[in-house]
Design a binder for this molecule. Structure first.
Ligand code: ZN
Length: 240
């Protein structure tokens, strides 16, 4: 099976469409989504509708739950809080209900999905250190797990000590395990503004981290026209 892995779309329809085209061109059998479909950019309803049609599994991101009123946004910065409120007002009741009822983690075949961590997904912590990756591996029942949230692509490998790679391709050994962040479709934060996504070939146990250019100016313009915080548009251009 060839899986397309997407996450942290953040209402960026322009990036989502380009990434989905790439996934279909690659011949994926299934698409899995790591959450944060909405928040920040101008097309939450469209993005959610498309992801629901395309993905066989979706987990809840903190921005999905914030829009649905299920996460307290007092810990968000002002722009994120304003964006969550705007997003909430631009989704239907049915869509808000759908977001509120997404699971925090799920398993598809030999793959675990979570937006944040595997050990306390309800707290929406980031997996950024080897120690945090180790704590995830202690809970991981599958050969591979995919997480989002940091918007920074990275591959952690279960070893003693844990190793990590930034390389774009990695084959998980037959007796090994990996925890992968494929990066963000709609708001990259690793100083590379191109949309990020992943592919996973379960036969060869190979993970591919991919980047693709999209029309950032058009998405930034839509954000400004919608009256969303201008920072949401500016950060797309620098990828942070
Ligand atoms: Zn996010």
């Amino acid at each position: 099976m060839l899986y397309g892995i997407i996450g942290d779309i953040h209402s960026n329809l322009t990036a989502l469409e380009v990434v989905l085209d790439e996934l279909h061109e690659a011949g994926v059998d299934d698409i899995l989504c790591l959450g944060d479909v909405v928040g920040y950019a101008a097309h939450p309803s469209e993005c959610l509708q498309i992801v629901r049609e395309e993905a066989t599994a979706i987990v809840a991101g903190n921005h999905d739950w914030a829009a649905a009123g299920k996460v307290d946004t007092s810990c968000f910065n002002a722009d994120a809080r304003d964006s969550a409120k705007w997003t909430s007002n631009h989704l239907s009741d049915e869509q808000l209900y759908f977001l509120a009822n997404l699971p925090l983690t799920t398993t598809v075949d030999d793959i675990t999905l979570a937006h944040s961590t595997l050990y306390s997904p309800e707290y929406f912590d980031y997996v950024q250190t080897k120690h945090q990756a180790r704590m995830c591996f202690e809970r991981q029942q599958t050969s591979v797990a995919f997480v989002g949230h940091s918007h920074v692509p990275v591959i952690f490998v279960d070893d003693e000590p844990v190793k990590y790679f930034l390389r774009p391709q990695y084959t998980v050994p037959d007796d090994g395990r990996a925890l992968i962040n494929v990066g963000s479709v709609g708001q990259p934060r690793d100083m590379d503004p191109r949309a990020a996504y992943g592919l996973y070939d379960s036969e060869s146990r190979t993970v591919y981290l991919r980047r693709i250019e999209y029309d950032i100016d058009s998405e930034a313009e839509a954000i400004k026209e919608a009256g969303l915080p201008s920072t949401n548009a500016r950060r797309l251009k620098v990828g942070r």
